[in-house]
Each structure stands twice: as structure tokens, then as C-alpha cells.
Design a protein around this ligand. Sequence first.
Ligand SMILES: O=C(NC/C=C/[C@H]1O[C@@H](n2cnc3cncnc32)[C@H](O)[C@@H]1O)c1cc([N+](=O)[O-])cc(O)c1O
Ligand SMILES: [Mg+2]
Length: 214
Amino acid sequence: TGSSRPQRMLKAVQKNATKGDPKSVISAIDYYCRHKEWAMNVGDEKGLILDSVLTEVNPSTALELGTYCGYSTVRIARLLSPGSKLITIEFNPAFAAVARQIIAYAGLQDKVTLVEGPSGDLIPKMKERFGIKSFDFVFLDHWKDRYVPDTKLLEDCGLLRKGTVLLADNVICPGAPEYLKYVRNSPRYESQYYKSNLEYTKVEDGLEKSVFLG
Ligand SMILES: O=C(NC/C=C/[C@H]1O[C@@H](n2cnc3cncnc32)[C@H](O)[C@@H]1O)c1cc([N+](=O)[O-])cc(O)c1O
Ligand SMILES: [Mg+2]
């Protein structure tokens, strides 16, 4: 059988990026997905918003839901201060295998823990397995109908603290209407919408930043 889209993306990184250089890995994926084959990475335009929110939060512990090929994992991990950690959850083993190689190619494997499995099962295990008290930053980019249940799960597991920043991709396209309703109507969140475009296209999309108020 032929290669998969993630495998072709990995090949493009190995061919065009410089080992140990996260910026070149990000550029290689963006070039490939813009000119060769679209893929559901947060991309270069929304990626700049992700970068700026991350730089502002400067998290010691960060969580990503939905690794896919590791594009946003690399974007996040490259900006973490020394000693900070990113845990990223992915349940598709084939995607996880590609992501591990892309994260390693960028030289960021020491900052990232990729955990394979469903977020609904793994979130309740974060404290006991990884000694996490609470997360400073959460990037939601997995199945859009999981955003609300997993946010509630993070609250119930005591993994959010006063000031934790949640940043959700695709709140317009493909859309996460229940999530927008949840965070925008809840007194426990202060939300802000960052208008942008769907990765590598002119279609509107955006990121929703929600600060947990405790
Ligand atoms: O559908 C999209 N994203 C879903 C992403 C899904 C990724 O997260 C994993 N996952 C899902 N639930 C999980 C639960 N637990 C662990 N991994 C999980 C899936 O195995 C996949 O790797 C999407 C679609 C478009 N689009 O234009 O169509 C654009 C985007 O930016 C997108 O993010
Ligand atoms: Mg997305």
C-alpha cells in the first residue's frame, strides 16, 4: 500500500528541514501543506497567534489535546522556557508514530511527553502519572465535539488553576459551537476570540482564548 499523508509530511521534513532546528521543521511543513498537500495543522497564520499567546503565558506545564503530526507540538515546545514541559495526547498510533519522529527531528523530545490514548481516559491520570498539579496552558485541537467534555473533565480533575489559559483551534471552521457557548456563557471563564483564517486557505477560522477564573 502507498504512504499516508502524515508519512509524506514526515518525508518533506526529513528532506527540507535542518535537524535540531524547530523553525525549519515548521517552515517545511507549512510549505508542504500550502503547495503540495493540505493537512489539518494549525498552520502559519493561526500559528502566529498561538506563538503570541504562549509567549504571554510562558507556561511551566502545558497540555495539547490532539497531536496529529506534531506541528503545533513543535510550535509550542520551541517557545517553552528551560525546565518547562508539554504533554500532548494522541490516540491514533500511526499519527503518534509520525509525530514522535517530527518532534525528535526538531530536537524537542526532551520537552515533550507524547501520550498515546484517548484524552477522556488519560486526563484523569495526569496527576498520578506525570505529577502534574495543574496546567498553565491547554491547546485544544482534537475532535471538536470533545472540546466541552474534556474541558469539564479538566475542571473536575482539578487540573485548571486560577489563570490557566485554554486556547481552542477551529472555533469557526470546522467549528466548535457548543464549546463557544460553554466558555462564553460560563462565569468561570473570561473569553476572547482571535479572528484568523483556516490553515493554508482564505476561509475564516479563529482561536478562542479562555482564562479560567477558578
Ligand atoms: O478535525 C480536525 N481536527 C481533529 C483532530 C484530530 C486529531 O486529534 C486526535 N484525537 C481526536 N480526538 C482525540 C481524543 N484523544 C486523543 N486524540 C484525539 C486524532 O487522532 C487526530 O490526530 C480539524 C479539521 C480541520 N478542517 O479544516 O477540516 C481543520 C483543523 O484545524 C482541524 O483541527
Ligand atoms: Mg485544528
